[in-house]
Design a binder for this molecule. Structure first.
Ligand code: HEC
Ligand code: HEC
Length: 335
């Protein structure tokens, strides 16, 4: 609305100014005859320095072209571009590139016309070249106990609760809603960073009516702990992040090493009324059955003759695989 009012006012000012110019020109027809040279020629590409692009290179462009309509006071389209997390969020899920490059399906930004070629080049390069996950460099991003990480916790949670057979996997998804990776979860779950209550996925898991709730009856609702993880992840900017606490397989036990993997990445599909492949993995007694008959290792290690698990998720990490292998080799005990 604010934007509409602003547009209206600027239109009025513009037409008044045009009127004044035309009026004044009436007395001097010579001016009308000489067309203005291009008032804002594109900068020479030679002068576009793209050698070392970081967020610091982006801020002046956003400040000059976007902050005016996208700040904490005036957040057109609900977008405040000042926090780093918001820009990263928009960069990661393709929206930033979509709006500035005027891709189909996105609102062209800024509304008055495209950024100049150099600014476009800089933002596009930043979006494409930045691995937003590890600001420290290198792959070891130790897990901060106060943070919730997408790859470690949210993706497995959503896939094993929602991307089950006949629900939101890639084959025959309900309502065409696929929820299998970061892009599809952000897009189809209508995730608004920093705003759990405004995010559709968060709303549907909290529905009071069991028939509207996700996952729907007869499935169990998500636990309070799972819902809270999702809330924190969204509040922390709904980033596509991951962390890594290193790999310690010196003293592998079922409780410390194996059950957390099963609970986080398998339980959702292997519980409830219609467990995948009729395999229940709800507790030690059930896990040890597939451990002993070879299906656990065969499926997680993607061996020939077994269905690759976890379904719809990336293969378990080397560390997770090592823990499962060692646990099985040491007798698959309830330890
Ligand atoms: C003159 C005001 C104005 C400027 C300048 C402006 N925007 Fe917008 N922006 C808007 C309005 C209004 C909307 C809401 C459009 C809608 O919902 O149809 C919007 C929406 C958006 C959205 C959400 C788009 C979507 O499809 O949901 C993004 C992202 C965005 N702008 C980014 C930018 C960026 C990046 C810049 C600078 C390069 C920018 N905007 C400059 C007014 C502006
Ligand atoms: C998104 C749902 C989903 C997730 C997540 C999932 N499974 Fe499965 N699982 C299935 C389905 C469905 C089947 C039946 C085979 C098929 O239709 O693909 C199955 C089959 C299996 C089988 C039998 C495989 C065979 O070849 O006989 C085992 C063992 C298994 N899963 C273990 C696991 C383990 C361990 C995990 C976690 C690391 C896991 N699953 C995660 C859905 C899932």
């Amino acid at each position: 609305m604010v934007f509409r009012k602003l547009t209206l006012i600027s239109l009025l000012i513009l037409s008044f100014a045009t009127f004044l110019i035309i009026e004044s020109c009436k007395h001097d027809p010579g001016i009308m005859a000489t067309p203005d040279p291009d008032p804002d020629p594109d900068p020479d590409p030679q002068f576009c320095d793209t050698t070392s692009i970081s967020y610091t290179s982006i801020v002046p462009i956003l400040s000059a072209n976007c902050y005016g309509c996208h700040n904490d006071q005036t957040a057109n389209g609900g977008v405040n571009l000042k926090p780093y997390e918001t820009v990263v969020f928009l960069a990661q899920n393709g929206i930033l590139a979509g709006v500035i490059n005027h891709k189909q399906g996105y609102t062209p930004m800024p509304p008055a016309g495209k950024l100049n070629d150099c600014d476009l080049l800089i933002i596009n390069k930043w979006v494409n070249d930045t691995t937003f996950e590890d600001p420290g460099g290198g792959n070891d991003h130790p897990c901060d106990p106060d943070s919730v990480y997408f790859e470690n916790e949210i993706l497995p949670l959503i896939v094993s609760s929602c991307a089950t057979t006949d629900c939101h996997g890639t084959v025959n998804p309900q309502d065409d809603i696929i929820l299998v990776d970061y892009a599809s979860i952000i897009d189809n779950g209508k995730i608004m960073p920093d705003d759990p209550e405004g995010s559709k996925l968060f709303k549907v898991i909290n529905e009071d009516e069991p028939q509207d709730r996700m996952p729907p009856e007869p499935n169990e609702p998500l636990t309070a702990e799972q819902i809270n993880k999702l809330r924190i992840w969204i509040e922390q900017g709904a980033l596509n992040n991951s962390c890594d606490n290193g790999c310690d397989t010196t003293n592998v036990t079922y409780a410390e090493n194996v059950w957390p993997i099963i609970e986080g990445k398998c339980f959702g599909c292997h519980s409830g009324n219609n467990p995948g492949g009729n395999v229940f993995l709800r507790n030690y007694t059930e896990v040890v059955v597939v451990a002993n008959d070879g299906r656990l290792w065969g499926s997680v290690n993607h061996e020939a003759g077994f269905t690759a698990m976890p379904k719809n998720l990336p293969k378990l990490s080397e560390c997770e695989l090592a823990a499962i292998r060692i646990w099985i080799e040491e007798g698959a005990q309830d330890n």
